[in-house]
Write a protein that binds this ligand. Structure first.
Ligand code: TRP
Ligand code: SF4
Length: 335
């Protein structure tokens, strides 16, 4: 029986460091689920990493491989999705260039991340053409695969809106080539960092899949708890405790009982952390071992990414043919 073609999903992440539990529960867990329902395209946005990290590229290749290993270890399956590295697909650069031709500067200047990041990242000079134009690159990534849905966090919504504006403008100026991609806002779990703030590499409060089981245990034992609890039988406030936030994710079946024991002063924080460490280990260690094994054999990993690039280019080429022909540029396609 003929099945209707599946809708296209696309998302990407920058290779800027090791994947951590915040990334996993904020996004990747959903990506893994989406693979069965949609034609999924997931990519490692190494050119995007250059828009802010052009001056120090020393870790870029290593980070690209380790993000690929983290992705696969978490369950992104190169046989069930198209998993690739952005810089392997030169079509992204061509579409970026063609979108740049008709994107008003005012759209780029008013993108909220433009000024925000320039102000935040004071250690680097972000007054570059590439940094200003990066929403065009992101639009190229998305439109290239005629994505219907883009699973993104709230912080990426302005970029997606710009992508939609670029698609509309292109379709209006030339001919309708691109669907307007919709955000896919799926429910996700939020985990705080080990210090109670948002889990983020820049706060050094992450638990990453690259961490060894020993490191994970040490990090759990050093997590901040309810500061009002000094002695073991002081009544606790689980709602302000990061350990409890983790229990809600990793010990869902027990979390109500844990909260009660905490409030009644029946359980000490050390014991509570030990329980969490055991739960977390069951989840973390298999993924850690898979990513370690994958990284030990770069040839095989590169082979998987090369196959992903072949699949991606097979889809990108006809879209670029349609784009060139809609604009009316180039003689290579027999015009
Ligand atoms: N800009 C995204 C980030 O910084 C990464 C990204 C690049 C992306 N292109 C994309 C995400 C396309 C979704 C769709 O995390
Ligand atoms: Fe947090 Fe557990 Fe201590 Fe309660 S007992 S404050 S939930 S670590």
């Amino acid at each position: 029986m003929n099945q209707p073609p599946r809708k296209n999903v696309l998302s990407g992440a920058r290779p800027t460091g090791n994947l951590h539990l915040g990334n996993y529960f904020g996004a990747i867990e959903n990506w893994v689920r989406l693979q069965d329902e949609y034609a999924c395209h997931f990519f490692i946005a190494d050119w995007h990493a250059l828009t802010t990290g052009y001056a120090d590229t020393s870790g870029l290749v290593d980070n690209t491989y380790s993000l690929a290993a983290d992705f696969i270890a978490c369950g992104l399956d190169p046989d069930r999705c198209t998993l690739f590295v952005q810089s392997s697909i030169p079509e992204h650069a061509e579409l970026f260039l063609l979108l740049a031709m008709n994107t008003p500067l005012s759209w780029l200047y008013r993108c909220p991340t433009y000024k925000d990041q320039q102000q935040q990242m004071t250690d680097r000079d972000l007054s570059t053409y590439g940094f200003l134009g990066y929403p065009c690159l992101q639009a190229a990534d998305i439109l290239m695969y005629r994505a219907d849905f883009v699973p993104v966090g709230e912080d990426q919504l302005p970029h997606l809106e710009l992508t939609r504006e670029m698609a509309r403008r292109f379709n209006h100026l030339y001919s309708p080539v691109f669907p307007e991609p919709q955000p896919l806002l799926t429910a996700s779990k939020t985990l705080p960092g080990t210090d109670g703030r948002k889990m983020s590499k820049s706060y050094a409060n992450t638990i990453a899949f690259a961490d060894t089981p020993d490191e994970v245990r040490r990090k759990v034992m050093s997590m901040v708890t309810d500061p009002a609890r000094i002695r073991k039988d002081d009544p606790g406030h689980p709602e302000v405790c990061s350990v409890y936030a983790f229990h809600k994710v990793f010990s869902a079946d027990e979390s109500d009982a844990i909260a009660e024991d905490c409030r009644a002063g029946r359980i000490g924080c050390v014991q509570c952390k030990k329980n969490l460490a055991a739960r977390l280990e069951r989840f973390h260690t298999p993924i850690h071992e898979r990513r370690t094994t994958l990284l030990r054999d770069r040839e095989t990993l590169r082979g998987l990414l090369d196959r992903g690039a072949v699949k991606a280019r097979k889809q990108a080429r006809p879209v670029m043919d349609a784009v060139r022909s809609a604009i009316g540029v180039g003689i290579a396609d027999g015009r």
